[in-house]
Design a protein around this ligand. Structure first.
Ligand code: ARG
Length: 468
């Protein structure tokens, strides 16, 4: 029989199958360094409070230091090792003998694993936040190059109203800013210390939870030991934040895919982010964007898995909780990779500004402004103007007329046909209203696409970037 924690309670080990089935070793690689930190803080606290002998504590601490230097490869895994916590304890035992057994005084793997996950997660959150800030910075710069470049905005994927490329890009920047802020808020609930909750009811040893909280850089300790070992809502919340981020990224990819088609012809993707076909030599396919769109879906699945495991768990620790963690690591990995590649891909896109302008001026995307000048110049109700312009577009489209062919005479014929008075609008005013550049210029309200308003939005987000 191998020497391990089972020997007291059991006469046999698990079957190999059961051992493998219950092992968390694969996912535990993620918390290896954090587990050393947790053990270090706990042992230091045991020393400081006099719960264990200072010499023994020092031996444990130097063995942990050695392990930190030697790395994960120094651990020995035989089938009796359930998880990284046992492997680390075994390592310390191999260095200092049975004295290692003192390190587990007043500690359980239950509070230990919860602490480790939080330690790793807070670093990963910060890493993703930095990635988001870099992406926003790149977008703001890119937008600066396209402040005056008109483009078509869509609703229902139908031509809606003219905007600028900059205004569209800055919409993504705003969504990313919220994704950042969501993680910022979640961080407050991640950076809390479960250590000292032990198995679920703390311990009778006079441990100092405030000390381990300080040593591990947590903002506070979790106040209830039962909550401390079993709470994983901080994971669900983080993964939700990641689904939101990946939704933003996936939507960007969806547009890049559409825009790069021959039919849209709005952008040219960089060759570095394109693939070709094994049979059709002409192909330039947006595979990276497609895979980013596909992979971001994985994160949604992970969120559902995590929530579904959590909802069936009675207080306190249940082994099901172990099954949550790999889904967290996977969600983080997919999100980090997707954020990184979508950042580089979007920032390397070339806009076909002529094609953007052409689309903005066609298909009566400027019709709202024609209705607006009727209201402004002749003080008619907007609904009446809406009706007249709707009919203008209907007849113009049927007879293949373009925006340039709309005259005051044509408008008045339709107005009269619908039972309204003639409007007698100036032809130049009409053409101005139908011009996409003029449309954009006069949308000068807060949040609007006029170049100076987008410039203001860029300034505001730069202030945010500087503060973060
Ligand atoms: N591998 C376990 C997990 O991830 C560590 C805690 C094990 N606790 C236990 N009582 N078996 O949850």
């Amino acid at each position: 029989l191998v020497d391990n924690i089972r020997n007291g309670r059991f006469k046999t080990g698990m079957t190999d199958e059961a051992a493998e089935y219950t092992s968390s070793l694969e996912a535990d690689k993620e918390i290896f360094e954090a587990d050393i930190k947790t053990n270090f803080a706990h042992t230091s606290m045991l020393k400081h409070t006099g719960i264990i002998d200072a010499d023994i504590a020092d031996n444990i601490l130097s063995a942990l230091d050695e392990l930190k230097d030697e790395g994960y490869g120094a651990l020995v895994f035989d089938p009796s090792v359930e998880d990284v916590h046992m492997a680390i304890e075994n390592y310390v035992t191999s260095k200092i003998g049975p004295q290692a057994g003192y390190m587990h005084t007043a500690k359980s793997r239950n509070d230990q694993v919860a602490t480790d996950i939080r330690l790793v997660l807070r670093e990963r959150i910060i890493g993703i936040q930095i990635g988001i800030l870099e992406f926003i910075e790149g977008i703001v710069e890119m937008a600066g190059e396209h402040l005056e470049d008109v483009f078509i905005g869509f609703t229902h994927l139908q031509h809606a109203q003219p905007i600028t490329i900059a205004h569209h890009l800055m919409a993504h920047a705003q969504a990313l800013k919220r994704d950042y802020e969501r993680l910022e808020d979640t961080y407050k609930r991640v950076n809390l210390n479960p250590l000292g909750c032990a198995a679920m009811a703390t311990t009778s040893f006079p441990i100092d939870r405030e000390l381990t909280t300080k040593l591990l850089g947590f903002d506070a300790y979790l106040e209830n030991s039962m909550d401390g070992v079993s709470a994983r809502d901080f994971i669900a919340e983080t993964v939700f934040d990641l689904t939101s981020l990946c939704t933003t990224l996936s939507k960007i990819c969806e547009e890049l895919i559409l825009w790069s088609t021959y039919e849209f012809g709005v952008i040219e993707m960089a060759d570095e982010y394109s693939s070709t076909s094994s049979i059709m030599p002409q192909k330039k396919n947006p595979d990276v964007a497609e895979l980013a769109r596909g992979k971001s879906t994985i994160v949604n699945g992970e969120l559902v898995t995590i929530l579904t495991i959590l909802k069936a768990i009675p207080y306190t620790y249940n082994r099901d909780l172990q099954e949550i963690t790999p889904h967290l690591w996977n969600a983080l990995k997919v999100s980090e990779d997707t954020l990184s590649i979508v950042t580089r891909m979007l920032l390397s896109v070339e806009f076909n500004t002529e094609r953007c302008a052409e689309l903005a001026g066609r298909n009566f995307a400027t019709a709202t402004d024609l209705a607006d000048i009727m209201v402004r110049e002749r003080n008619i109700p907007f609904r009446t103007a809406h009706k007249i312009v709707g009919r203008i577009v209907n007849e113009a489209t049927a007879s293949d007329m373009a925006e340039e062919d709309i005259t005051s005479q044509f408008i008045d014929d339709i107005a009269v046909e619908l039972g309204f008075d003639k409007l007698e609008l100036d032809d130049e005013l009409i053409q101005n209203a139908l011009n996409p550049r003029e449309n954009v210029k006069i949308r000068r309200v807060l949040g609007g696409p006029a170049p100076e308003m987008v410039e203001l939005a860029r300034d505001n987000i730069k202030i945010f970037l500087n503060e973060e």
